[in-house]
Design a protein around this ligand. Structure first.
Ligand code: ARG
Length: 459
């Protein structure tokens, strides 16, 4: 049987279970393209310091491109002894071009190689995630723009509070997502650091040009300390933290919509495309998409907590524990990518029942406005709050709505009430009064839409 790449000092064989336990190719093969990209850049850097002749470099890079093509065409034959994507690619390269393939790894270690691959891979994925996030925000903003007229009760403690525009609520979630967008953009410079040329841990003795390597690979900067370069996985943790927070926002939005889609609320209907039925109860239409958006946050938090736990006790530089960075990262990337797409689909196909929202607007949600009415007549708010509360109690005891009390009823509570009191009982007027920045008036909702559009236009 063939020798392992590191087999020189070994006489005994690897236990088959140990081989399976150790091998990461099963999941790290998804980094095949960036692994080859890194190797092509590295071959170029070796030519520049005279380790490879230009002809050798060409043979190596042509060989690497053939390996890449095999992966792309689904032709790459994984061998039993392949340990990870790095050893698999190098093994195949040497099969294709012979012993010259063995020159590629000069001065390089899988330690700087894997850190390079992970960073490059995440940078590419982050671009897709950024696009997914923008697409989600876009459908939310478009909806908000079209549905500005719809008014519903805004809730605190899930109790009806004050009237708000539906667009205002949608935009509140969009603001969470646009802060996620900014946070994602801000973590990129910390991912975009090149470890290539750090070697195993101490640095590169053939003095390859690390700035050249970084530039070839599109990194923004170079890891300035080789021990840190091979041992750091903060970029993985930071992305897992980012995903956890973004999933929290997706989950909270999903929860709003789950509640609103119950028959008891009836504010929204999920499209069939994002619902499922029950195997026993024929009438059921369940909001599974939303429940999964809420539920999948848990696994992303788990990835974050799990990998932080792996990391926290490690001594400096590379330890094999670091191989455990991959599955949590890959899973978080897959989960957030899918969640963003599903959320976008759910929001863009959601049916909104303006009439149901309107029916939920009971007059008591204008009790604050009633108190404000007296404030405008010069009475301190603490008193007007109390007076309005008594009006609510009066309506309650008479089993009528607040606006069904007569002017005389109001006057019996406070002499400052006058004939214009019934103007208060107008939901549209109530939302329109909230016209300072951030308020739910039409003008301020338009302002929020403009802010969102600006954020999205920024790169
Ligand atoms: N598969 C390994 C990982 O993912 C690559 C680095 C292995 N380096 C080593 N010295 N064993 O971390």
């Amino acid at each position: 049987t063939k020798q392992k790449l590191w087999g020189g000092r070994f006489t005994g064989k690897t236990d088959p279970l140990m081989h399976a336990f150790n091998q990461s190719l099963r999941y790290d093969q998804r980094m095949y393209a960036v692994d080859i990209k890194g190797s092509i850049a590295y071959a170029k850097s070796l030519t520049r310091v005279g380790i490879l002749t230009p002809e050798e470099e060409k043979k190596i890079t042509d060989g690497l491109r053939s390996v890449l093509k095999e992966w792309q065409d689904g032709q790459f034959q994984v061998q039993l002894d392949d340990e990870d994507i790095h050893t698999a690619n190098e093994r195949r390269l040497s099969e294709l071009i012979g012993p010259l393939g063995g020159k590629l790894h000069t001065g390089r270690s899988r330690n700087d190689q894997v850190a390079t691959d992970m960073r490059l891979w995440l940078l590419e994925e982050a671009l897709d995630i950024e696009a997914g996030l923008k697409a989600l925000i876009r459908v939310m903003v478009e909806r908000a723009d079209k549905e500005k007229d719809i008014i519903l009760p805004g809730y605190t403690h899930l109790q009806r509070g004050q009237p708000i525009r539906w667009a205002h609520l949608l935009l509140s979630h969009a603001f969470s997502f646009s802060s996620d967008l900014q946070r994602l953009q801000q973590l990129i410079p910390r991912v975009s650091v090149s470890p290539l040329g750090c070697g195993a841990l101490a640095g590169n003795p053939f003095v390859v040009d690390r700035e050249f390597l970084a530039k070839e690979l599109g990194f923004q900067s170079v890891a300035e300390n080789s021990l840190w370069g091979v041992g750091d996985r903060d970029f993985v943790v930071e992305f897992l933290m980012w995903s956890s927070l973004a999933m929290t926002h997706i989950s909270r939005m999903a929860e709003d919509l789950i509640i609103y889609s119950t028959a008891e609320f009836g504010f929204v209907t999920l499209s069939d495309a994002y619902s499922t039925g029950s195997s026993i109860m024929p009438q059921k239409k369940n909001p599974d998409s939303l429940e999964l958006l809420r539920g999948k946050s848990g696994r992303v938090f788990g990835n974050m907590a799990g990998f932080l736990t792996t990391l926290k006790g490690l001594p400096s530089t590379y330890n094999k524990d670091l191989q455990e960075d991959k599955e949590p990262l890959f899973d978080a990337v897959d989960t957030i990518s899918a969640s963003l797409q599903i959320a976008e689909g759910v929001i863009s196909t959601l049916e909104v029942h303006a009439e149901k929202m309107r029916q939920a607007l009971t007059m008591d949600v204008l009790a604050t406005d009633l108190a404000d009415y007296l404030v405008r007549k010069g009475i301190p708010f603490r008193e007007t709050h109390h007076i309005s509360g008594r009006a609510v109690a009066m309506a309650e005891s008479r089993k009528c709505q607040l606006n069904e009390l007569t002017v005389e009823d109001f006057k019996s509570l406070n002499s400052n009430f006058s004939d214009d009191i019934h103007d208060v009982f107008d939901f549209e007027a109530s939302v329109e009064r909230r016209e300072s920045i951030g308020g739910t008036s039409r003008k301020m909702v338009d302002r929020q839409i403009a802010t969102q559009n600006l954020t999205m236009a920024r790169d």
